[in-house]
Design a protein around this ligand. Sequence first.
Ligand SMILES: Nc1ncnc2c1ncn2[C@@H]1O[C@H](COP(=O)(O)OP(=O)(O)OP(=O)(O)O)[C@@H](O)[C@H]1O
Ligand SMILES: [Mg+2]
Length: 371
Amino acid sequence: MAVPSLTEKSTPPAAAAGADDPPILDVRGLWKVFGPRADRVVGTPLAQLSRAELKHRTGCVAAVRDVSFSVRRGEVFVVMGLSGSGKSTLVRCLTRLVEPTAGEVRLDGEDVLACGERRLRELRRHRFGMVFQHFGLLPHRRVLDNVAYGLEIRGTKKDGRYERAREVLELVGLAGFEGSYPDQLSGGMQQRVGLARALAVDPEVLFFDEPFSALDPLIRREMQNEVIRLHREVGKTMIFITHDLSEALKLGDRILIMRDGALVQMGTPDQVVGAPADDYVRDFVSDVPRSDVLTLSWVMRDARPGEPLDGPELAPDTVIRDAARTVLSAGRPVKVVSGGALLGVVTTAEILEVIAGPDPGNPDSPGGESR
Ligand SMILES: Nc1ncnc2c1ncn2[C@@H]1O[C@H](COP(=O)(O)OP(=O)(O)OP(=O)(O)O)[C@@H](O)[C@H]1O
Ligand SMILES: [Mg+2]
């Protein structure tokens, strides 16, 4: 199999579902309240209180507050927010590692919250894979046995599980380390073992809870590229928690941003950067180079009367940074075209405005706040 470039943003593989296909995961009105009489909060006026007020009045913490979203098959879905915003609790509720207080979670239409112990174990063993920040490897087991572990508890025979473990170790670039013990490997390598272990059972949905935050920046970037490559090769649905915006933008097809347990914004990277829902999100994205994330559809404008329309053509989803050279050297408007239709034009002025920042005197400028 050809190994794709490691530096490009992940695009959903061919298997990725369209917006209209049924979601693989559907979450409605999900709550998790920790504390005394936690089950007496949802559905009462207490549920309207802010997290701080609820804590003050009842001693309960609303870790997740009425969150709804769905994840498409093959999508990389990122959950981000500050520490304590409820990311881990939200994601743990999806597999019931944490028992939700209220709401609905459906996997391929199946009501996960209604599953009995046995069915739940089946789902965890066969359909979910998890990768955590602290790799959680078994120290006294060789790499090969760590990777084969999920298959072992599933009852796969030795030959079969070793064969599969070798296959995924090769996939994550660790062929040759089968016989090593975890403490003989670097942090990055241990996390690759964690990845291999999750992939070995061929899960439909992979959950990552800040898997790379313990790694130093270079290794971290390498691991992010590894996830992008694996996503292309194996096409799994991935739910990825991070509090690092650049990681979220790099990996995510869509990003859900949480604050104090609630969903503040959900959208594609360019939507989050181009149209932050509030000051919290605006703060998060304020340092992001907009030209690296926004596409031509954010800056194109209607052609003016008399403007020449014989310039080069680009697609509306071209990232501005990638379009800059063409636009700056065209000497005339570049046409933004989709399916043969002219959607608008882009000139040097629009590109520079994004790269140099919005014109503070002109709120309607392409990079301005009014978008
Ligand atoms: N078992 C628990 N009992 C009581 N409160 C909890 C429990 N687990 C989490 N919380 C609280 O719920 C809130 C959300 O915690 P959570 O771990 O989900 O946040 P997070 O966004 O994952 O944070 P971090 O980035 O630090 O991992 C926090 O206020 C936390 O104190
Ligand atoms: Mg967490």
